[in-house]
Design a binder for this molecule. Structure first.
Ligand code: NAD
Length: 253
């Protein structure tokens, strides 16, 4: 797909991987609609992109809320035109083990609210934004691309029942939409990052991060632009749909 002047919505676009994706796609001529919770972070992101001559507009949105998502996509269409691409990147973690047994006492560790919160943002958010994006693409008679950001944790990971289940679901949406939407000229793809240096990983214990880096075959964390490159590849490659790119330094071999 030729990105010049294409409107591409990026959720969680105010920082981290979302902002790196905005930078890479913006350098190829796309106009970006950044959707995020934080107005201040969005303003900063829009200014940093403007300094690179990249056009971006901010849309304060909670991807887990149907009304907020519908409003954001309606605003994008009226301020920028219908979307031709959507990168579902917003995500959170709230880790804990399922249960913990100590001295014969078994405690429930992951609460239902923690489960629900992560599923709402990381899976329902992808569903809601993907549905709005596909609707706009088909109404406008445009070809389009939807890229969903999953994680290597989709294969299951200690302390991440909520996150792993959501991220496995994200790829299931990519495959389902790849099958359902090809008839309208819409392609899909998943990018599953390994451990990438962003605020999300900065919140992990330093000794744990060091252990993880040492266990990656390439021996270091990834950079946000490594993920942006994978997203750009899916946009560029017209024969790619419904598949996953695992960009993890070889961690999940
Ligand atoms: P980050 O925490 O740096 O940024 C996430 C962004 O999403 C933030 O700007 C935040 O405000 C936004 N966001 C959170 N909840 C939202 C909501 N309800 N509505 C709208 N925006 C919301 O995270 P990141 O490291 O850039 O991660 C981006 C994506 O990549 C996430 O889906 C994450 O699960 C995935 N991922 C990251 C890594 C990594 O190592 N960093 C690894 C695998 C997968």
């Amino acid at each position: 797909m030729q990105l010049t002047n294409k409107v591409i919505a990026i959720t969680g676009g105010a920082r981290g991987l979302g902002l790196a994706v905005a930078e890479r796609l913006g350098k190829q001529g796309a106009r970006l609609a950044l959707l995020d919770m934080s107005a201040a972070a969005l303003d900063e992101a829009v200014s940093s992109l403007a300094a690179l001559d990249i056009q971006a507009k901010a849309f304060v949105t909670n991807v887990a809320d149907e009304q907020s998502v519908q409003q954001a996509f309606a605003d994008i269409a009226s301020r920028m035109g219908p979307v031709g691409g959507c990168v579902n990147n917003a995500g959170i973690t709230d880790d804990s083990l399922l249960i913990k047994a100590k001295e014969g006492v078994v405690e429930k560790r992951m609460s239902l609210s923690s489960w629900q919160k992560v599923l709402d943002v990381n899976l329902t958010g992808v569903f809601l934004c993907g549905r709005e994006a596909a609707t706009q693409m088909v109404e406008a008679g445009h070809q389009g691309v939807i890229v969903n950001i999953s994680s290597i944790s989709r294969a299951g990971n200690m302390g991440q029942s909520n996150y792993a289940a959501a991220k496995a679901g994200v790829h299931a949406l990519t495959v389902t939409w790849g099958k359902e939407l090809a008839r309208y000229g819409i392609r899909t793809g998943t990018v599953a990052p390994g451990f990438i240096a962003t605020d999300m990983t900065a919140s992990m214990r330093p000794d744990m991060l060091e252990r993880i880096s040492a266990s990656v075959p390439l021996q270091h964390l990834g950079e946000a632009d490594n993920i942006a490159q994978s997203v750009a590849f899916i946009f560029e490659n017209d024969y790619f749909t419904a598949r996953i790119i695992e960009c993890d330094g070889g961690l999940r071999l």
